[in-house]
Write a new protein. Structure first.
Length: 319
């Protein structure tokens, strides 16, 4: 049995995740982080050892997370990671949703809810009437392979039948990092929102360059005075940790919200799809300004490493 635990963390609460993973590690060594706010845990051994059901173990984990760290969570359980994740998305507070019958659980779910089915694949399948997991499971395998390819067709067909051979891999490297800026009062000025985003991109860019990593996409989360949030994600043209590229995309995401006199309480930025910088390709340009900016950035990073993170700042942040 696999548990998928989603902790109720603040947008930048990923710093709390390692301690919550240690909590899960008290029950099983097979814990895989799922940043920014979740984890997968293979608890088959724990269930046999304690003689508990998955629902009871989920209740114990929830109570301990609340008692020790003040963090609530929702928990889904299933025979494999895909079903556990799907159950966690539908679980209610205080109840561990356990998938006992995968076929019945999946039958009426939209095909896009299956792991590995993106918008393009879902659109293709829906165009042929295969709009639910049950219909995909009932379709001949050969038909799916003709529609979306041999490998993808088999994977979707198996997952529609509740089969997911993905293992829980403990010790996986985090594939995202986040930061947040809160305003001392409800901020209506878009200029201050952009200033906060610039500060966030400078921080995350410096952290990624220090760790020799690049990111593939950015997610901007805006939290309003009534505690509701808006979140959008966009992909970069190429994996990068260059602050100028991060800032340009963050500004574009912010503009897409169309905020007009919105009372904003905080802005959070998440860099996702982290990978080693040495494996990333950079498209060379003939723009001397870009080369100059990257050289200046490298010098600024060395100054920050020696004199502190605020040794070198953009002019709009230093004012």
């Amino acid at each position: 049995m696999i548990l998928c635990v989603r902790f109720r963390l603040e947008p930048a609460g990923e710093v709390m995740l390692p301690r919550l993973l240690d909590l899960l590690g008290e029950f099983t060594p097979l814990v895989e982080a799922a940043p920014p706010d979740g984890a997968l845990a293979d608890v088959r051994g724990a269930l046999r050892y304690f003689g508990w059901s998955a629902a009871r173990l989920g209740s114990v984990i929830r109570v301990r997370a609340l008692a020790l760290y003040g963090v609530d969570c929702v928990i889904g359980a299933g025979p494999n990671p895909m079903l556990a994740r799907m159950a966690a998305r539908e679980a209610r507070h205080g109840v561990t949703l356990v998938v006992e019958d995968p076929a019945a659980f999946l039958r009426d779910r939209p095909v896009a809810a299956l792991d590995g089915v993106g918008r393009a694949t879902a659109r293709t399948l829906c165009g042929y009437g295969l709009d639910s997991a049950g219909r995909v499971a009932d379709a001949p395998l050969a038909v799916l392979q003709r529609l979306i390819g041999a490998k993808a067709g088999r994977e979707v067909w198996e997952r529609a039948r509740g089969v997911d051979r993905t293992p829980v891999v403990p010790g996986e490297i985090s594939r995202s990092m986040a930061a947040e800026r809160s305003f001392p009062y409800d901020e209506l000025d878009p200029g201050e929102h952009r200033r906060a985003l610039l500060s966030l991109t400078e921080e995350l860019g410096a952290r990624m360059r220090t760790e020799q990593q690049v990111c593939r996409s950015l997610t901007v989360t805006v939290r309003y005075a009534d505690r509701t949030t808006s979140t959008r994600t966009r992909t970069l043209r190429e994996p990068t940790a260059h602050s100028a590229d991060l800032s340009a995309l963050a500004y574009a995401i912010h503009a897409s919200f169309g905020l007009q006199r919105a009372r904003v309480r905080a802005v959070a930025l998440r860099a996702e799809g982290l990978s080693p910088a040495e494996s990333a390709a950079h498209q060379l340009t003939f723009d001397p300004a870009d080369d100059k900016a990257r050289r200046i950035e490298a010098v600024a990073d060395r100054a920050r490493a020696k004199y502190g993170p605020r040794a070198v700042l953009p002019g709009s942040l230093a004012a």
